[in-house]
Design a protein around this ligand. Structure first.
Ligand SMILES: Nc1nc2c(c(=O)[nH]1)N[C@H]1C(S)=C(S)[C@@H](COP(=O)(O)O)O[C@H]1N2
Ligand SMILES: [Mo]
Length: 379
């Protein structure tokens, strides 16, 4: 049963179903059912718009098989008019907008938190749980205008059509964003990714795109939108995706007191050279940087002396809200074992913590510690 709805469209899910998708043979599959996978880091920096073959997939249950003919999007809660919208109406009768937006999982870079202390039961993401795409669809604010938001409403909650079992119960996948954000022009109900219909693994036929927020708020297989006075009570908003202090454990966590994740933090990753490789003394260092809430990347710093001194990298691509930034720098290194470190500053001067141990949390979210890569510099 879903928390606040009897009429969410129930999708037929079959784990035996062969889901059509176009992932590269290089795609790193963490779990295959449900599918969770990311591209090798070196391939991610090859294209500013991430090819669909390489775009990470984060699923909590099997991909639902939704019939586009019978699909209806339900809009209810604190609205003047409840709506039931067909795909045809969404595609043909409502305004269409395209937004370039980088989607990033709150679990991106979890593997470095795990290296510090174990995080059982969570996907060990590298730094590839991120991708950039052009998303096209109906701005959510247009739907809210048609429905008419009642006074007192503060959040817009989403429910997907996937069945997610937690403690023997189908909790579904839901989440919410503040009404202010939901009314901003960049938030979309997307039906296209890079000009093509969404693939089933990415949410066909309809998904939310909430730029600048953790990926979990961009609910796939969107079935229902509820306007309400409080954040979503769904498991994935009220329980998972909460941030706790390093000393908190699953046993001691007070789920009413955790910080509910929303906007992304500032983050920066070295995509090349790769950890453990041999490099020449004159080395090209490359990576991506991103911040949340529409803040741009203002500066990327690189250090080869553990952060005592820093060199400013060149921004090579990307200076817009909602999307990542690519950077590069040539460094002259001394021969031997060397650690290359990077950190970014965003347009609000936010920067990153030095070490994972100060931000480690037992669910493994939001790792934005300085990214460190150890290489062997040739004589
Ligand atoms: N319905 C539904 N929506 C979902 C999820 C899910 O499991 N079910 N996963 C979320 C998470 S945690 C992330 S990071 C993004 C991943 O989107 P992608 O698989 O298209 O890359 O989708 C989000 N939307
Ligand atoms: Mo995620």
């Amino acid at each position: 049963m879903f928390a606040h709805s009897e009429h969410v469209m129930r999708a037929h899910t079959c784990p035996c179903l062969v889901i059509p998708m176009s992932k590269s043979p290089q795609f790193i599959v963490h779990t295959s059912n449900p599918l969770n996978g990311e591209p090798p880091l070196a391939t991610l920096r090859g294209n500013f718009i991430t090819p669909r073959e390489l775009f990470y997939v984060r699923n909590h249950s099997p991909v639902p098989d939704i019939d586009p003919q019978t699909f209806r999007l339900i809009v209810n809660g604190m609205v003047e008019r409840e709506l039931e919208l067909s795909l045809d109406t969404l595609l043909n009768d409502l305004p269409k907008r395209t937004v370039m937006s980088t989607l990033q999982c709150a679990g991106n870079r979890r593997n470095q938190l795990i290296a510090y202390a174990p995080i059982p039961g969570e996907v060990a993401w590298g730094a590839g749980a991120i991708g950039n795409a052009f998303w096209s669809g109906v701005p959510l604010k247009e739907i809210l205008n048609v429905a008419g938001v009642k006074v007192g409403a503060q959040y817009v909650a989403f429910m997907g059509a996937d069945e997610v079992i937690r403690h023997d119960e189908n909790v579904g996948f839901g989440g919410s964003i503040p009404l202010d954000k939901a009314s901003s022009p960049e938030v979309l109900l997307a039906y296209e990714m890079d000009g093509k219909p969404l693939e089933p693994v990415h949410g066909f036929p309809l998904r939310v795109i909430a730029p600048g927020y953790i990926g979990a708020r961009s609910v796939k297989w969107l079935a229902q939108i509820t306007v309400q006075a409080f954040p979503s009570k769904n498991y994935f908003q009220a329980h998972a995706y909460q941030l706790f202090s390093p000393q908190t454990t699953a046993e001691t966590a007070d789920w009413n007191a955790g910080l509910q994740l929303g906007e992304l933090v500032v983050n920066c990753v070295i995509t090349s050279p790769r950890a453990g490789t041999q490099v020449s003394r004159d080395v090209q260092v490359e990576g991506y940087a991103i911040s949340g809430g529409g803040r741009k990347i203002a500066r990327v710093d690189v250090s080869s002396d553990g952060g005592e001194t820093w060199t400013t990298a060149n921004i090579t691509q990307g200076d817009q809200q909602w999307a990542w930034t690519f950077w590069q720098i040539r460094l002259q290194l001394k021969a031997g074992e060397t650690e290359i470190v990077t950190r970014a500053f965003d347009s609000a001067s936010n920067t990153q913590p030095e070490d994972v141990r100060h931000i480690w949390n037992f669910k493994g979210y939001m790792n934005n510690a300085w990214h460190r890569v150890n290489v062997n510099v040739k004589q």
